[in-house]
Design a binder for this molecule. Structure first.
Ligand code: CAO
Length: 553
């Protein structure tokens, strides 16, 4: 038998690559071309194939290591004739070397462990039941320097997961279990070269412990492990495994640089992607499949419907189990609205302030305009007065015509008064913008409302007609309701929600009188607007609407 050292092959231009996957355990049989490990450059991942059939002995690198062409990365034990059959020239991914005689004569552990007296086998401690449980994760690799207490492997029963800690500091010489194996109390886990003298076992018990040896290996029974995570009886195992993987990887996401690069290019949040690689590692295919799934679901924002930023996703429910259902496709506008609303809701700290305006006189005045409106072909509704009053209120409170700078270090003050108007259409919500409202009178504003609302309902608005707003009005007055809290239309910082006016009894100082009251709700971005600013804005607006003579001032 010969030990062959496998080295990093020609990398096709890359100077260094990262070791991203070590999938074999010592003792694993390998065929020619079986993948020994996976390397990854910033452009590609590459499996390093075995140059011959044999037994995998050990890795010479750790996951995460950076290697370059010619670096030794693994050893396999092969029959002498196999070496002859697979010369280095024909197998550029590996270089065959004759192992020193000592290595040929003895198992790898013995040959590489001159300090035989310091070796010991760590075994599974009493795990509290007689059943064998699954090894769900190997947390160390051959060659690792491990400190006492470090987790070697994680076991999982149907009730709990448990860490098996190392009882000694030292170097891992051999791991005798693999993921998926079943282990019980007293089973061997890993052979160690102990570095702390006082922990060394007696010399006669320290001989290497090849599996066939009749002589028992020294035992180092770890203290009883404490369950670290009670698994919910109904929780699927798949839901727990990524968590274990993340903790062992010490990172939020287990993915190599090429996968991260691809995700960045596609704008994919890797925390949303489930990895199908070993130990839940995210592979390029997982990213591609995630994008395909998002596209298939026609989620235009390429973001999940829920979840992200640590927010638990809303579970998918099969509603058909409760009764008849049908799937209704969302229009493009509805999908955009959904994405924008979620974005604005999550990004903006909202506060909503409420007040009522007495529009009794305003309504009398508006109704008096009806005849002339018919002559002009213009219908004047309360919305025109609201937009006019909002323009004057914005001029008096310009902080509401600001936007937060993208860097969070400045705000942008707009010196124009453009007001967006939410329009309810069969295809969804759209917001055309009435420009330069401060320079327009009620007739012109009313004509703009009619024109833009008609275009919105016919789907004929241009992008220019829907951009450039400083502030938005959302009027549900014609529909009904006492009040609602609108969502700020970012990057604007304020939005007024108006509900249905109603006659209410109002105390005038000596008696209750019937007045037409308009309920309003002002939502604002509390990063830019303070409560005092909002109070002044609302008070000003109420004053203008309650006595429209102020609009002429
Ligand atoms: N209280 C009571 N009645 C009101 C009112 C109010 N606050 N506002 C309007 N009205 C009445 C008007 O007086 C008019 O009735 P008359 O013809 O008898 O005078 C009628 O409602 C007009 O309704 P309208 O919808 O045709 O016109 P509008 O100018 O009031 O509104 C528009 C225009 C585009 C704002 C509106 O049609 C619309 O689409 N609103 C929905 C906005 C929306 O969906 N917001 C929610 C966004 S977040 O999901």
């Amino acid at each position: 038998m010969t030990i062959q050292t496998v080295v990093v092959p020609d990398l096709g231009g890359a100077e260094t690559v990262e070791v991203i996957e070590l999938g074999l355990a010592p003792g694993d049989n390998v065929e020619v071309e079986d993948s020994l490990l996976v390397l990854e450059s910033d452009k590609a991942t590459m499996d390093i194939p075995s140059p011959a059939t044999g037994v995998f002995t050990k890795y010479l690198v750790e996951e995460g290591a950076t290697v370059s062409v010619g670096d030794p990365i693994a050893e396999i034990e092969v029959a002498d004739e196999a070496v002859t059959e697979a010369p280095a020239e024909e197998a550029p991914a590996a270089v065959a070397e004759e192992a020193p005689a000592a290595e040929q004569a003895a198992p790898e552990v013995a040959a590489s462990a001159p300090a035989a007296a310091s070796e010991l086998m760590v075994q599974v401690p009493d795990i509290g039941n007689d059943d064998k449980v699954d090894v769900i994760e190997i947390c160390v690799a051959v060659g690792d320097e491990v400190s006492e207490g470090d987790t070697l492997v994680i076991l999982e029963s149907d009730k709990a997961t448990m860490d098996i800690p190392s009882t000694h500091s030292g170097k891992v010489l051999k791991i005798v279990v693999a993921e998926g194996d079943k282990l019980g109390t007293g089973d061997d886990v890993a052979l160690f070269e102990v570095t702390s003298g006082e922990e060394q076992p007696a010399p006669e018990a320290s001989a290497p412990a090849p599996e066939s040896s009749a002589e028992p290996a020294p035992q180092a029974v770890a203290p009883a492990p404490a369950p670290v995570a009670e698994a919910a009886p109904v929780a699927p195992a798949a839901a727990e495994k990524p968590a274990a993987t993340e903790s062992s990887a010490g990172a939020d996401v287990y993915a190599g640089p090429a996968v991260r690069l691809l995700a960045r290019e596609l704008g994919v949040d890797l925390t949303q992607v489930s990895g199908t690689g070993p130990k839940g590692r995210i592979q390029k295919d997982d990213v591609s499949n995630f994008v395909k799934k998002v596209m298939k679901n026609k989620d235009s924002a390429a973001a999940p419907v829920s979840g992200g930023a640590g927010i638990p996703p809303i579970p998918a429910v099969d509603f058909s189990q409760f009764g008849e259902v049908e799937e209704v496709k969302l229009s493009k506008i509805q999908k955009l609205t959904a994405a924008n609303m979620q974005r604005n809701w999550l990004n903006i700290p909202h506060v909503t302030q409420f007040d009522d305006a007495d529009i009794t006189e305003q309504e009398d005045f508006r109704k008096g305009l009806k005849a002339e409106g018919e002559k002009r072909g213009v219908r004047v509704t309360p919305v025109a007065f609201l937009i006019k009053a909002l323009a004057a209120t914005l001029q008096a409170n310009p902080i509401f015509a600001r936007s937060m700078g993208a860097d969070g270090q400045h705000v942008v003050q707009k010196h124009y008064i453009n007001i967006g108007m939410a329009v309810d259409t069969p295809r969804g919500l759209v917001v055309p913008v009435i420009k330069d409202v401060d320079q327009k009178g009620i007739w012109e504003i009313s004509a703009d409302i009619m024109d833009l609302a008609a275009k919105a309902r016919d789907g004929k608005l241009t992008p220019a007609e829907m951009s450039g707003g400083c502030f938005t009005l959302s009027s549900l007055g014609a529909i009904g309701g006492n009040g609602f809290t609108p969502i700020v239309n970012a990057p604007e910082v304020g939005i007024l929600g108006v509900s249905k006016s109603q006659i209410k009894p109002v105390w005038n100082g000596s008696e209750f009188v019937p007045r037409l009251m308009l309920p309003m709700a002002l939502s604002y971005d509390h990063r830019v607007i303070n409560g005092g600013d909002a109070g002044r804005f609302m008070t000003h607006l109420v004053k203008l609407l309650s006595d429209i003579r102020h609009l002429a001032l």
